[in-house]
Design a protein around this ligand. Sequence first.
Ligand SMILES: [Zn+2]
Length: 111
Amino acid sequence: MSAESMAYVAHKSCGCVVMVHSDKPQYAKDVARELAACVRDGYIIERVPVETASALPWTESYGRCSHDSPAEAKQREARKQRNEATEKRKEEKYQRALENLRNPKPPTVIA
Ligand SMILES: [Zn+2]
């Protein structure tokens, strides 16, 4: 089977998929980065035919699924809130930078 028709899937121990990535050679760098992140998060990686990958059950956002234990669900919620807080800080920083561009402060004169 050629690499064109294979895909990497990252899934939880229950089998629910968190990420699918095509194994096409032009995506090699992206694949490496995505898979490294999935390994860090403790997911299981498999290389399967694309048809198999597309038939697997998917998780919801942040890898949530109906098989989560209450502790896992709590961890996931905490991670989601951290990510959202980070995104909010980034947005605020961007808005401040934009504001500074629109209204530049006069230069400080050193006597
Ligand atoms: Zn699951």
